[in-house]
Design a protein around this ligand. Structure first.
Ligand SMILES: Nc1ncnc2c1ncn2[C@@H]1O[C@H](COP(=O)(O)OP(=O)(O)OP(=O)(O)O)[C@@H](O)[C@H]1O
Length: 270
């Protein structure tokens, strides 16, 4: 639980006009590194059980924005945020938030697969044991469930005690996704999760993301516009720290409202 007041959540407050339930509501978010402002007062809502893609040229603030959602920017000296990110009626940016609990509910997967140099099994159980789960039968159950959800179980079920580093890059990335799933998150933040992978592994991760949105709300940063158009429901186009356009993915890629979006998706810059 993020705070003791979480149980008091008022779900109906985060319902958009089209009745899709919102999981996150970002209000006038500004993010600074020292005196430099990297995100310029962005407001947008992310829908539950959907995939939201963040696109835009290098340096436009996508990763900075993504990292603010589970307070990963706190780890960067000099980084600070203003505004609000409302999640279950609480402001994620508030000092009262339990950041460790927040990061369990809002998990993150990075560009480069980063399994621990331990067994496949231990990669998943490490944080669970830290959270106090000790019973082997319970750990076994969560390991299997998480690997199944990450579409990796069939490939690794006979070698759970082997090193995670013996897996291919694509399998390692699905293991990192399984590790996040094991913490029972509600939101998954994916920062270019398949850009370091070969095309077959990339396709598996894309299929997995579409499957995972049944259970989780997913926000993905991607440089790959085909990927954004294949897997996301809504797309946000960032430029120089501004949110230029945010709409249904189909609209963004076929009939964007803003000239800059059109120029970017047609490859005229970036
Ligand atoms: N740790 C940091 N310290 C200082 N400035 C940073 C830091 N991280 C990012 N920035 C700056 O903030 C701005 C936004 O960077 P960010 O990494 O969020 O962009 P991005 O859109 O994710 O880029 P890319 O697609 O290349 O990953 C850039 O000007 C970048 O130089």
């Amino acid at each position: 639980m993020v705070t003791a007041t979480k149980e008091k959540q008022v779900e109906s407050k985060m319902v958009q006009s089209n009745q899709k339930q919102m999981i996150l509501n970002v209000k006038n978010l500004e993010i600074f590194y020292g005196v430099k402002r990297a995100v310029n007062g962005i407001s947008m809502g992310m829908e539950k059980n959907s995939v939201t893609a963040l696109i835009g040229p290098s340096g436009c603030g996508k990763s900075t924005f993504l990292r603010s959602i589970n307070r990963m920017n706190d780890l960067i000296p000099g980084a600070r945020a203003k505004g609000e990110i409302i999640y279950e009626d609480l402001n994620i940016l508030s000092e009262q938030i339990n950041v460790v609990a927040l990061r369990k509910e809002i998990g993150m997967v990075f560009q480069k697969p980063n399994p621990f140099p331990k067994s496949i099994y231990e990669n998943i159980t490490h944080a669970l044991k830290f959270a106090g789960i000790r019973k082997k039968s319970e750990l076994d159950k969560i390991v299997e469930e998480s690997l199944r959800k990450a579409a990796l179980w069939e490939e690794v079920k006979d070698r759970l005690q082997k090193s995670a580093l013996s897996l291919s890059g694509g399998q390692q990335q699905r293991l990192c996704i399984a590790r996040t799933i094991a913490m029972k998150p509600t939101v998954m933040l994916l920062d270019e999760p398949s850009s370091a992978l070969d095309p077959i592994s990339n396709a598996k991760v894309e299929d997995l993301i579409v499957e995972l949105k049944k259970d989780y709300s997913i926000i993905i940063v991607t440089h790959n516009m085909q990927q954004a158009s294949r897997i996301s429901d809504k797309t946000a186009f960032f430029l120089s720290g501004d949110l230029i356009e945010y709409d249904l993915t189909e609209k963004i890629f076929t009939n964007p409202s803003m000239k800059k979006t059109e120029e970017y998706i047609s490859g005229r810059f970036g």
